[in-house]
Write a protein of this length. Structure first.
Length: 452
């Protein structure tokens, strides 16, 4: 017997969707290429890598070339050409021109090499810390991208599951409503059963619309990360088994979070920067010493006896000793000491927050595993309860509301089970992120849990 055309088209679309379904790693690769926040972090890293060359430049010599060209115009009207003029010293010179037209050209090449500038040395040491800080921030951005992609991915799957369960519940409720109407028509049940079934049906329809809207919102959130509308996503394998965290005790995770978490690393580097800033501020009291060298060439042209060229060369030591500047340096030192204290407390707060996040994620994984086992058992029990209530309804020992409640309870359990699995997986990724050990390779075991 030939299948109806519509059924063939639906089946074809279903298999096509599964064939093109993207798994978690493929979605992550899209996010690597298109996520704007990650692209911003990558650009920030590129900028941070220039800190060391800039800091080193303050220890290297500076060379500059400057010059000027000056033209002087003037006239001398009291004398005529050929006239002899007596100078104040008694000598006499002939007048050869009635005015002056001179041009002076000067070029100076100078070099300055810092010999002792304590502030410059501290800036160079700070530049190394700033570059390391940029690297830590980028590593944190990589971890954040992994968790954001996984969160958005499983949010979509959870929304899909909710919608599918709502539609399945709608189908079951529709059947129950039809049964209640038939029984009422033949007089075996009261109108109350029909009203209860109708109310349950209306509620499921409302839940279906809410599920559709939620799915669209979750897909939009994923699209904001990967840059394109997400296609079909690979779903979890049926009855998938989730692994416990390794190690299975909390202390190593907390210890790792307190020392290796990238937020803690960044705060530690910021604290080191603040200590260097104190030394840099105190350098305002210290003398500076530079090696200087220059060569100056000047040429004069015109109708005077002073026309010609001259070259001067010089090399020496330049120093500067600060004596008093209105207590500005002292105030700056006090300010940086206060900022160091702030950075130290920020570090401690970040360390405690990382440890707390690790604890919550670890407990979330273990609690999730227990919850999944409990909900799996509840699903089996709920399915048996529904079948029993259906049978009891058919023989007259159960009423319609009993069947509806059993249906509602079963689909609620399935929805909670689906969400518990996703949350457990996500808590496992968050645990590794809090410990500073989350890598792209950690997506592979999660990806193996999906139907491909």
């Amino acid at each position: 017997m030939q299948k109806p055309l519509m059924a063939v088209l639906i089946a074809s679309a279903f298999f096509s969707l599964n064939a093109q379904a993207a798994d978690l790693i493929q979605v992550y690769q899209q996010a690597l290429a298109n996520d704007a926040a990650f692209a911003s972090a990558r650009a920030a890293l590129a900028a941070g890598m220039e800190r060391v060359p800039q800091g080193r430049s303050q220890l290297l010599p500076t060379v500059g070339l400057n010059g000027s060209i000056v033209k002087n115009d003037g006239e001398s009207t009291p004398w005529n050409i050929g006239q002899t003029v007596t100078l104040p010293n008694g000598s006499q010179v002939p007048v050869t021109t009635g005015g002056a037209n001179e041009r002076t050209t000067t070029h100076t090449l100078s070099l300055t090499q810092p010999l002792f500038r304590w502030a410059n040395w501290q800036s160079y040491e700070q530049s190394k810390l700033q570059q390391a800080q940029a690297e830590a921030q980028f590593a944190q951005a990589q971890q954040d991208l992994i968790t954001r992609v996984a969160q958005a991915y499983f949010d979509v799957l959870a929304a899909q599951d909710t919608l599918e369960l709502s539609r399945a519940q709608k189908t079951a409720t529709t059947e129950q409503l039809a049964s209640a109407k038939r029984n009422f028509e033949v007089g075996t049940q009261t109108i109350t059963d029909t009203h209860e079934a109708q109310a349950a049906y209306d509620l499921v329809v409302a839940q279906e619309f809410a599920a559709i809207n939620d799915l669209e919102n979750k897909r939009s959130a994923l699209q904001a990360i990967i840059g394109t509308a997400p296609a079909g996503l690979a779903t979890l394998k049926p009855g998938v088994l989730l692994a416990s965290p390794e190690p299975a005790v909390i202390d190593p995770w907390v210890s790792s979070a307190e020392s290796q978490n990238y937020g803690v690393v960044g705060a530690q580097l910021n604290y080191e920067l603040s200590k260097r800033e104190i030394q840099k501020s105190r350098a305002g009291h210290y003398p500076t010493l530079d090696l200087t060298a220059n060569i100056r060439r000047q040429s004069m042209t015109g109708q005077t006896q002073q026309s010609g060229r001259s070259t001067d060369k010089g090399i020496g030591i330049a120093y500067n000793v600060p004596i008093f500047n209105g207590f500005a340096v002292t105030s700056r030192v006090r300010e940086t000491i206060a900022l160091e204290d702030k950075a130290r407390n920020d570090l401690e707060a970040t360390r405690r927050n990382a440890a707390n996040t690790a604890r919550q994620a670890f407990l979330g994984v273990n609690s999730g595993l227990a919850q999944v086992r409990a909900l799996q058992a509840a699903e089996v029990s709920g399915n048996s309860a529904l079948e029993s209530n259906k049978l009891g309804y058919q023989v007259g020992v159960r009423i319609n509301i009993d069947v509806l409640n059993a249906q509602r309870q079963l689909y609620s359990t399935r929805r909670d089970l689906s969400r518990a699995r996703y949350d457990t997986i996500l808590n496992g990724l968050r645990l590794k992120s809090a410990a500073g050990s989350l890598r792209e390779a950690d997506l592979a075991p999660v990806n193996d849990l999906l139907v491909k």
